[in-house]
Structures are given as C-alpha cells and as structure tokens.
Design a protein around this ligand. Structure first.
Ligand code: GUN
Length: 282
C-alpha cells in the first residue's frame, strides 16, 4: 500500500511555487500578495491563519493579515474588501471562515472580486468551474486532486465516488474529477446503500465529517482513497476513513493528519500565484 505523504507533496509544491514567485519577480518586478482577514478569536482559525502566513512568506509572497474583533460590523469588513479589491498589490483575498453570526457569509464571499477569490467560493468561480472554464478552485479539493494525480496520471474512465456534497469539498471535487473524465457518483450521509456505492469506486474521496465511516469492506481492492475528514474523537483526531482496515485493501491512502491537510495551504499559495498571473494577462 502506498501511504500518500501529503507533507512531502506539499513541501515539493512549495518549492515549485517558490521558484515560480522568483521568476515572476524577475519578469514583473513585483510579487503576488495574499491578504487574509481574520475575525474573532477562534483557536482553529488563528492556527490556520498563522500557518497560511508562514507558508506564504516561505515561498516569497507578500503576505498580510487583517484582524478584527468578533464584534466588528459587517459594513467595516465589506468596505475593507472593497479597498483590497482595488489595491494592485493584493492578488488574493481570503476571509477566514467561520464568521460571527451577525455577518452574512455569502455577502462577504460575493464582495470579493472573483479574480482575487483564492478560495474559489465566489459564485462566478463556482459557475466557471462547473462549466469547465478557467477559475479559482477551492484549496482542499485541489489538494486532493493533485495527490490523486501523483498516484494515477490518467484518470479517464475511472469510477470515482465522492462521499459528501459540501460546497467546500464534495461539489468542487466532483467537478475536478469530471474534468479528468472520471465517472463520478456523489454520495452523502443520506445515500441509501453507501457501502455498495463506495465499493464501485476506483477512487474514493471521503469528505463527509463522520469519523471512520468508510470501512475496509467498503473499499474495492486497489482503490485510491483520499481522506478529507478531520474529526475530534476520544481517541484523538481521526479521518472519515477507518485507516487500519482500509490500508489492507487500498492501493493508496492518505493518513490523517499528514495527508490532505498540508496540501490545502500549499494550494492556497498556488491559487494566489494563479490570480496574480491572470491579473497580469488582463
Ligand atoms: N475555514 C476552514 N477552511 C477554510 C477555507 O478553506 N477557506 C476559508 N476562507 N476559511 C476556512
């Protein structure tokens, strides 16, 4: 079984991106910039944002974090986004989720210029991705996609089963696999015969948020299994895949932690660079 090393893959991607940033700096005499807006004091959000800032600096991006207290008014955030949309030194804008209840998430997402939407959450990017046009792609499914491609370069005709239908993971993952000519089944917690559906998959991407849902006897021999889950349980952090059982049947499997997670941030940097390049073309 191939244990898919997300840490190593992310480090390799960051190395490539670092070289690319240096080339862009030579060509344009400026570097792509990422601005993250962090509202409130949620510990996981603070950790994510710190890691994003560190990784951005590591590859040579200009990086900035704007912090607001939990009580910040929605209009203040929207005005800041407007300012960043019009700032040529800012290539990518990310508003860390979740947001406090008094702030309308969708309004914030739609305020970000689609060309600077490094999360790929803006309806324009969602639509472009589903139509197969150029777009920002949400970082986690993009990371999963790159890990799958490391194992299997030609995915044409493969049966892929995506477990989970979120806007963040399941739906964009489906679009990426379709673009690769996979036959994709989207399943979720209400799917009638989830085990039966999973068993058909040459590729399984589990992003449903249920600890160790995908069991060993749900997986076809030699399938590629990608585990997006991060679930806190009494035995620690576990994924959506029963790792020990599935590792006995799968051809390749991502661990949790150390699989998809590290790729997500590396893909955010990649998206920032892509936004910069597109802005230079226009
Ligand atoms: N919070 C957890 N994951 C994400 C993400 O991918 N993007 C944003 N903006 N917030 C998040």
């Amino acid at each position: 079984m191939i244990l898919i090393d997300g840490k190593k893959a992310a480090a390799e991607l960051r190395e490539e991106l670092k070289k690319e940033v240096a080339e862009l700096k030579n060509k344009y005499n400026k570097v792509p910039g990422l601005t993250v807006i962090l509202i409130g004091e949620l510990a996981p959000s603070k950790i994510y944002v710190k890691n994003k800032e560190k990784s951005a600096n590591e590859v040579g991006l200009k990086s900035e974090v704007i912090r607001y207290p939990e009580t910040v008014e929605e209009i203040t955030v929207l005005e800041k986004i407007d300012e960043l949309n019009n700032d040529d030194t800012v290539s990518g804008i990310l508003v860390q989720l979740p947001l406090p209840k008094h702030i309308d998430k969708q309004k914030v997402i739609e305020a970000i210029s689609p060309g600077k939407d490094v999360d790929g959450f803006h309806p324009m990017n969602v639509g472009n991705l589903s139509s197969g046009y150029e777009s920002s792609v949400p970082c986690t499914p993009l990371g999963c996609y790159l890990l799958i491609k490391k194992i299997e370069t030609n995915l044409s005709g493969k049966k892929a089963v995506v477990v989970g239908r979120s806007n963040l993971n399941g739906k964009p993952m489906t679009q990426l696999l379709l673009k690769e000519n996979c036959t994709v089944t989207i399943t979720h917690s209400k799917t009638a015969d989830l085990k039966g559906e999973c068993l058909k998959g040459d590729i399984i991407v589990a992003a449903v948020g249920i600890p160790e849902l995908v069991k060993g006897d749900w997986v076809k021999k030699d399938a590629i299994v990608i585990d997006v889950g991060i679930n806190k349980t009494e035995k620690g952090i576990v994924g959506d895949v029963a790792f020990d059982e599935v590792s006995k049947v799968a051809k390749a499997l991502t661990p949790v932690p150390g699989g998809v997670g590290p790729m997500t941030i590396a893909c955010l940097l990649k998206n920032t660079i892509e936004c910069f390049k597109r802005s230079q073309k226009n």
